[in-house]
Design a protein around this ligand. Sequence first.
Ligand SMILES: [Zn+2]
Length: 351
Amino acid sequence: MAIAKKGKQIGEETKKKLICISCGCGVQNNFNATKDEYHKFFNKIPYCKDCVKSIYKGYLVKYNGNTNLAIYFTCRKIDIPYIHQAYLAAMKESQNENSVLNGEENLLPIYLKNLAFADKNGWGSSFDDSQGENNIEGLSNYDVYTKIKRPKKVAGELGDDDNYEDIEFSTAYLQSVWGRFDNDDLAYLQNEYMDWESKLGQIDTKDIDIIVRQICYQTLDINKARENGEDVTKKLNALTSLMNNGGLLEKQNRAVQNSKCVGQRIEDIETFRPVKKADPELADVDNVNLLFDAFAGCTARALGKNNKYVEKFEKEFEPWSIDIIEKGKAQLLGTESDEECQSQTKSQSED
Ligand SMILES: [Zn+2]
């Protein structure tokens, strides 16, 4: 009984005092309300209003001032719905000079204020209830394609921007290979893997494939930890041991030593940059197609057939031929004015 009584007392005590899970402040009217079932004990967002603001500002910096992305990720962080319609309305209000909350700095407060009507508008109560995320420009998680910038295999001057090319991968494919990462991470992982692949010559055994993949995950992990100012010594050690285990450094050295001959270069290009379709000006450099079309077209025409080869043949030879009957008719009617054609017709009829 005593325990139950004590528990009840603690519950009541705590209920009175929500403490911000980020800064520890306990000013009770400094929290936004939420109707989410999993917040029902306090019915408040457990970050104080100041911390919500600072979360938003952090995302604003991270996404280069993109307010839409900043609002979206703030909603995700504090678990309230992202409603695109509400975002647009908040944007409009912040741009309205007659509004009390005019100014971009009020975008977040307006958005949160509008969410107070979430119930009435059927907007739900948690981030899972979000609507219209696919309208957010630049929200990489939703890009169907992931672009990777790679140095061109056949490059011109060094440092020239043209020496890089974008390769597009289906995001679904990359996620099937790497797991559920966003586009930026997927691009990093795939890029790292391809880099190893080209440095090692090729990755043709399962054990090397597994180790290289783990190395890619590990370097991504290290980069992220570094961005957050964490100590990366342990992660670096793990990376080094992964590389030693796979004997990758020796393999890479060997690949560099047998510096690539033309054949390997071509193999590289065929493996990493297969040409899907030849450039039109390179498609038939020695005119074999033209020769074939001319032969087939000419033969078919002589046999009285009318097919695509005849069409091609006639189109190709049109600039070098004249229609004797038409020209002759024109001459008789006196409408012919082109002297050159006249003389041609003449010489041909003499023949
Ligand atoms: Zn706080």
